[in-house]
Ligand binder design. Structure first.
Ligand code: TXA
Ligand code: MG
Length: 313
């Protein structure tokens, strides 16, 4: 339990080792194109319980199951025309679909926290897909950070939070998208449960209309609690300039201590967001001001994460 966490290279040997650990019921962090996930065999209740223990995550917060392709997903969930259209457009990629569990789904009830639906996704990162194919089991994986902390976009971030608490990290470099997957209930009507790497505009192009916001009466994505993605620093958002004593996290041209994207590029800002928040922690910053980020496309996922990072706790 408190033994060293192995750092595995994303070579065929490293991937094979990680796949064996997963099949043996051990915890392995691996890169997806969005963030690093903390994986366990989703059919093995003890392995899934170990995820909650390692993260300190409340067990009423369900997990996303990762599979290598849509055919694998269909073994666990009830498919629909909308699911087919969305999977066709966005898989592999940063899109999670929430669908009713299939009869004989085989997934541990700890994964779904007792819900009758399953969140499932096919990541695009080639190393992740190779790992999932080789493991041959559906892999439950929340972001590989202690609960309530910033999501990891490098293997070093994972080790900073979970070293000694998990069997291995499969290092595949920095995650290119940098914010978590979009979570969508395909409906009808389709509902956007979490903004993420696929934008609402992209979804609207496929479905013919914009997805609705989540129903407020139900617990849709319980991870969407106010204080999430929290750096130690207090954050002031939409700040045109820093006040004395504040570290300035910029977006676009102009003076800044750190920048999400000097050219004002939203994809670059998404890819660097969590690393810059980790940097604030590493620098010991207590107060930071963040430049405004346009609230469109990927900017909505970025602003969602920034609001949670700034929420009182
Ligand atoms: O990009 C991502 O999605 C990353 C990578 C590792 O795949 N994973 C990730 O997992 O962000 P996590 O656990 O940090 O966030 C999963 C979210 C939580 O907000 C959870 O409540 C929601 O998915 N969720 C899981 N199952 C659900 C379900 N059946 N219905 C609604 N929301 C669900
Ligand atoms: Mg998370």
């Amino acid at each position: 339990m408190s033994s060293e966490t192995l750092l595995l290279a994303s070579t065929p040997a490293g991937i094979g080792h990680a796949a064996r650990l997963l099949r043996d019921g051990r915890l392995v962090a691996f890169a997806t194109e969005t963030v690093y996930g903390l994986g366990a065999d989703a059919t093995n209740g003890e392995a899934v319980a170990a995820i909650y223990a390692a993260k300190g995550r409340p067990s009423f917060n369900p997990l996303i199951v990762h599979v290598p392709d849509a055919a694998a997903a269909r073994r666990h969930v009830q498919w629909s025309d909308a699911a087919e259209a969305l999977a066709g457009a966005f898989w592999p990629g940063p899109m999670t679909l929430v669908l009713p569990l299939a009869h004989g789904h085989g997934i541990s009830s700890l994964v779904t926290a007792g819900l009758q639906t399953l969140a499932v996704r096919v990541p695009a990162a080639p190393v992740a897909r190779a790992l999932l194919s080789e493991a041959g089991v559906p892999v439950a994986a929340p972001s590989a950070n202690p609960s309530g902390r910033i999501s990891p976009t490098t293997a070093a971030h994972v080790l900073a939070g979970l070293n000694g608490r998990i069997a291995a990290v499969l290092d595949d470099g920095p995650c290119p998208v940098g914010v978590e997957s979009t979570i969508l209930d395909p409906g009808p009507p389709a509902r956007m449960l979490r903004e993420g790497g696929v934008t609402a505009e992209d979804v609207a192009r496929v479905l013919g209309s914009a997805p609705l916001p989540p129903e407020t009466s139900t617990i849709t994505a319980p991870g969407q609690l106010a204080s999430h993605y929290a750096p130690r620093a207090h954050l002031r958002l939409n700040a045109a300039a820093p006040q004395p004593g504040e570290t300035y996290l910029g977006f676009g041209p102009g003076p800044a201590d750190l920048s999400l994207s000097e050219s004002g590029d939203l994809a670059e800002a998404a890819a660097t967001l969590f690393a810059r928040l980790h940097d604030l922690d590493a620098m010991g910053v207590t107060r930071a001001a963040v430049a405004p980020v346009p609230d469109q496309g990927l900017g909505r996922a970025i602003n969602d994460r920034l609001r949670r990072a700034a929420a009182p706790r």
